[in-house]
Design a protein around this ligand. Structure first.
Ligand code: AP5
Ligand code: MG
Length: 214
């Protein structure tokens, strides 16, 4: 099953993608997590990506597309995957379609998690992320068992640099300008499914499972 997750910053793409990956036994591929891991490890890619990310801007397509096209060609992705945070622009979506077509493949679902901007701004300040394994928590809606420590890998949880309110607003603007057009792109491709992302985390997951098993 080949799935892309759509939705604004903080809509819950990562939260849901992790659960989908676990349930359907496919890899969760998050470009945001890949960039953050590269920043943490001080790689050339990380150095290039950091400036854009800290400002709430998109990393250029030329640094992003090949990375994903290579990743989905790996062995663990042969039965499918859930892409989180990619594609994020029309050229990225076209690059993905082209790479899949070349292998005689196609996406099965584009799941759009819909959350109004007002809810997102409220959510982001409470998010805590694990730099070790990419797990995501929320101080109120999805707290870790032990304060400040990841349930999954035991590493320390952080507030992401790009979760400051002014950067969140910038990311929302970038989302509306550059990423929202993908909703129409995948609607025209006939694979768009929309879910209400304002419901609680388990209800959103149940709605997604219904779509994927339906
Ligand atoms: P990325 O890491 O993808 O960030 P994003 O799209 O802004 O999305 P987030 O990770 O912030 O949110 P999410 O939807 O995953 O929500 P989450 O599940 O954490 O990208 C970061 C940056 O990298 C970009 O700005 C860009 O610079 C760069 N980048 C990445 N991919 C790129 C690409 N393809 N091209 C160019 N640049 C790229 O949930 C948010 C919070 O809400 C959590 O605390 C969670 O616990 C909580 N929550 C989740 N669901 C619910 C719910 N239903 N109710 C209440 N709380 C909830
Ligand atoms: Mg995420």
């Amino acid at each position: 099953m080949k799935i892309v997750m759509l939705g604004g910053p903080g809509a819950g793409k990562g939260t849901q993608a992790k659960q989908i990956a676990a349930k359907f036994n496919i890899p969760h591929i998050s470009t945001g997590d890949i960039f953050r891991a590269n920043i943490k490890n001080g790689t050339e890619l990380g150095k290039k990506a950091k400036g854009y990310m800290d400002q709430g801007l998109l990393v250029p397509d030329e640094l992003t597309c090949d990375l994903v096209v290579d990743r989905i060609a790996q062995d663990d992705a042969k039965d499918g995957y859930v892409l989180d945070g990619f594609p994020r622009t029309i050229p990225q979506a076209e690059a993905l379609t082209k790479a899949l077509n070349a292998r005689g493949e196609a996406l099965d679902y584009a799941i759009d998690i819909e959350v109004p901007d007002e809810n997102i701004v409220k959510r982001m300040g409470g998010r805590r992320a694990c730099l070790g394994c990419g797990a995501t928590y929320h101080l109120m809606f999805n707290p870790p068992k032990k304060d400040g420590i990841c349930d999954v890998c035991g590493k320390e949880l952080i507030l992401r640099d790009d979760d400051k309110p002014e950067t969140v607003q910038k990311r929302l603007n970038v989302y509306h300008d550059q990423t929202q057009p993908l909703i129409q792109y995948y609607s025209e491709a006939g694979i768009l499914k929309e879910v209400d992302g304002t419901k609680d985390i388990n209800e959103v997951f149940d709605a997604i499972v219904l779509i994927l098993e339906g």
